[in-house]
Design a binder for this molecule. Structure first.
Ligand SMILES: Nc1nc2c(ncn2[C@@H]2O[C@H](COP(=O)(O)OP(=O)(O)OP(=O)(O)O)[C@@H](O)[C@H]2O)c(=O)[nH]1
Ligand SMILES: [Mg+2]
Length: 367
């Protein structure tokens, strides 16, 4: 049987990594060989660190998005198939990426349609953001960032409304109906990685359907580039040392402080996430808005040494983001915790220049 390549797109914080984690865990339990691919503008990813706790077959494509580093992406796919016998591969492109149907799905089908099956493009959408888009609100984001979200949804084969557990049955049905009316060329599903709702249906659809990349949309690359460039992007990893430190509290305090600072600066958050690891234990924290408190999951417990990776995508200049992040790390560490920076990248994404861009829908050889 041919390997399926499943792309799960969607804006920052939409729930992509959570879906990958939950799906990978389920498939691995069934004895399936599942490979995951993460992707970012820079290395040192919270998502990679987290997902490596879920599966063994894994590749990170960093330094550019998969559309601009198509060769890196396909090399990762072939490594997982040939060297690790992956039967299903799920890839998470960068959350600020769009135009994936034209720049990734069509060239994959055209060049490698005989080697693997390209699954329909799934785009996850946070219900609050979806509701804002449908009502013409901007969620505090720059208009060009909102444009990216709109394009992501428009090109989806499957729009998956995420985090269904946060809404009532009636609210979710209403949102689903409105999305179906707005984007009649896409199927609209509802999922929750937290409860597992809708995951089996989503998975059976993506591995059985072969109509991948039905929708190629017009994208104004100047607006797309601006939407990415308004975001500061920080990836850093630190070694932390102290005596009997409560690392879960550390993670929560840091995210709470960062949220306050971004709120004071009136800067919308794309996604701020961190993972603190103590041996095989870890705590993960996420912040997707200054209006909501950070979420903290799992536990790193109490200990003397930890390793923290912090990824922040915030609507502000990267220099300002770096300054705020390290001021708050210093504040939370105080005199009790010594910190050493192991890796640091701070940037704003460059102009997207995809390796390929197709303006026609490719029919794969298996059709
Ligand atoms: N309640 C609830 N929260 C969820 C669900 N899925 C994801 N989240 C939360 O949403 C936040 C973002 O989730 P991620 O999976 O990291 O989102 P992402 O799309 O991978 O984000 P980026 O990699 O930054 O683009 C985290 O706080 C998750 O815990 C869900 O099904 N229910
Ligand atoms: Mg992610």
């Amino acid at each position: 049987m041919q390997t399926s390549i499943i792309l799960v797109g969607g804006f920052l914080g939409a729930g992509k990594t959570s879906l990958l984690f939950e799906t990978a865990t389920r498939l691995a339990r069934e004895g399936k060989r599942i490979g995951l691919i993460t992707n970012d503008q820079a290395p040192e990813l919270v998502d990679t660190t987290l997902l490596e706790h879920a599966v063994e077959i894994f590749r990170e494509v960093s330094g550019a998005c998969v559309c601009c580093n198509f060769a890196g992406f396909t090399e990762a796919i072939f490594d997982l198939i040939k060297n690790h016998q992956a039967e299903v591969i799920i890839a998470e492109p960068v959350g600020s990426c769009t135009d994936l149907s034209a720049t990734v799905l069509q060239p994959l089908k055209d060049h490698f349609g005989k080697d693997f099956v390209v699954a329909p493009l799934t785009v996850l959408v946070d219900p609050q953001r979806l509701s804002d888009i449908l009502d013409g609100r901007d969620s505090g984001l720059h208009p060009s960032a909102v444009y990216i979200i709109e394009k992501q949804i428009e090109e989806a084969d499957i729009i998956a409304i995420s985090k269904a557990d946060l809404l009532t049955e009636e609210e979710i049905q209403n949102l689903q109906r409105r999305a179906e009316q707005e984007w009649p060329g896409s199927e609209v599903l509802v999922v929750s990685s937290k409860t597992g709702e809708g995951l089996d249906q989503w998975l059976s659809e993506v591995v059985s359907r072969t109509d991948a990349g039905k929708n190629i949309v017009e994208v104004d690359y100047d607006i797309y580039a601006e939407g990415e460039a308004v975001l500061g992007w920080l990836n850093t990893t630190l070694e932390l040392k102290g005596d009997s430190i409560d690392w879960d509290k550390f993670a929560k305090d840091l995210l709470t402080r960062l949220s306050r600072r971004f709120d004071e600066a009136d800067s919308a958050i794309g996604h701020v996430k961190l993972i603190v690891e103590v041996g095989s234990n870890f705590v993960i924290g996420n912040l997707i808005s200054t209006d909501e408190p950070p979420t903290i999951r799992r536990s790193a417990g109490v200990g003397n040494e930890a390793r923290m990776t912090l990824n922040a995508r915030v609507q502000m200049a990267p220099q300002e983001l770096e300054k705020i992040a390290f001021e708050e790390i210093a504040n939370v560490c105080g005199s009790n915790i010594r910190s050493e920076v192991i890796a640091l990248k701070c940037l704003s994404p460059g102009y997207p220049r995809p390796t390929y861009r197709y303006d026609r829908v490719v029919t794969p050889p298996s059709n």
